[in-house]
Ligand binder design. Sequence first.
Ligand code: M6R
Length: 607
Amino acid sequence: MCGIVGYVGPRPVLDVLVPGLTHLEYRGYDSAGVALNVGDRIEVIKTAGRMSDLEDLIGYFEGDVISGVGHTRWATHGAPNSVNAHPHTDASGDAVVVHNGIVENWSELKQKLIESGHEFRSQTDTEVVAHMIGDLADLPLVEAVRQVMNEAEGALALAVMRRSEPELIVGARRGSPLVVGRGDGENFLASDIPAFLEHTREMVVIDDNRVIEVRPTSIRLMDLEGNEIEPEHRKVEWDFEAAEKGGYDTFMLKEIYEQPKAIADTLAGRVSQSGRVVLNELEMDDRLLRAIDKVFVIACGTSYHAAMMAKYAIERWTRLPVEIDIASEFRYRDPVLDSRSLVIAISQSGETIDTLEAARYAKAQGANLIGVSNVVDSALAREADAVLYTRAGPEIGVAATKTFTTQLVAMQLLGLYLAQVRGTLDPGAIEVMVRDLTLLPGQVEEVLEISDEIRRLTGQWSDVNDYFFLGRSGDFPVAMEGALKLKEIAYVRAEGYAAGEMKHGPIALIEKGVVVVGVATDSHVKTKTLSNMQEMKARDGTIVLIAENGDDVGDVADHVIKVPEGRDLLCTVTAVVPLQLLAYHVATAKGLDVDKPRNLAKTVTVE
Ligand code: M6R
């Protein structure tokens, strides 16, 4: 997830680009840059770090600028340094590109370009686009961009400039957001409305698979076949803060709704048409992965719940023994590690000190370390022998939502990959699961539609202070995560428990007024979970059940929340979404600030 701004018009261009990018920093903040068309050349200024670092460099720039594009980056390919920062230019420096999204077939395109003599400076997928545009210098810019859009696969929002056409920016959109702000004798192009809201409230919506020419006094929209399309004009009614949140009341809600896209990004380029998992980026020798005889997964908080799911997935699919540890406990139990151990450390931020120290300890014992992180080049990523990025984009809300579901998907990919390399699942079984993984974005979309139903349900619980979340097998980590979400943002006591364990003690706490949420999607144990829920009902608990469409759950629940039918373990991704919404609605009904819950920090860098 990155932020794009473009401007053509009479204002000092940097006075538009810099504040515009600053307003988009919530979309990415590991590096930033601008390209300025000064007529006889394009000047590129870029740096690692935040907008304030870029502003320091821009301070040295002098000259009359005709148009410009800028970018604030959230790295997906290549470390967040000044070389990988956008904008990227073609070989001549005459064409310049900023990009938000992932070019899925970039390595194939790059190979072709290298064979035809192109030299690459960065490790990004975006530079491929710049070289392709450079090769099409004979075509009008809009045609060149259209051609690139037809060749590049994946999510692309582009803003492209050419030195020879200084009063023109060409935008393109597929899968990543891009809008035009319409001014009087000036126009803006941006990933999101806050970038231009202080200048205009008039906007043009750009649908997917569109290319747009933006000049000071005109815009021209077309589809990928080159047919002209009538632009749809809208007026922005939001204020600044609402616009930053994309019209949602909170970042947390926005991030919950971003999950279909985030999951699609996690999968992008990692599953093949033929149903294989493609994790070339891991750069871990297959022989080494075949020699592993034990796996450890370590993490904290929400990431630990992803680790719990990973244990089920890796054991089920590879038959390797897996131990999971809360990272802050790992070092102190003297785990038995050696060069045949694979340690997977999961951390959204990649900076959580408990996880980092545990990972360092594992490496020092000779274990092989895979880091699973959302932040490119994080401390964990640098420490690890190999990294798998979750690609959820920046998460501003303290409560993890999209970073959790993408961790689940990343771990499912990793589990299947290990099974593929070690030959423990036959290719047909992997193919079926890969296909089902690709259904997840759409299934999560479906679940999001029941938000109002959940709000109405939780509206009856203003006096409830005791919640239990129960599940077995793959449903257990989901239950744990549901309880954690509620605790951290609604400040109510919520226990996540293995449903079958309740009868060994905690059932004593169940009485009238206690809400018990059961998760029953894992086919191995569904009926057992339902029996456990009957036991809660018999003690007068209020029963809510998360079950799959098509399942007959009898009369055990006071309320049933249905999620799409899915494969075991993959279903964790859809089953947790109603629980995120449940926590959200309980907390907001109490008037709490869900984005910044009390006593918490987004990243915990103390032991
Ligand atoms: O960045 P990490 O994934 O390492 O963070 C771990 C936990 O601090 C984090 O998941 C925390 O539990 C979240 N606030 C949960 O919503």
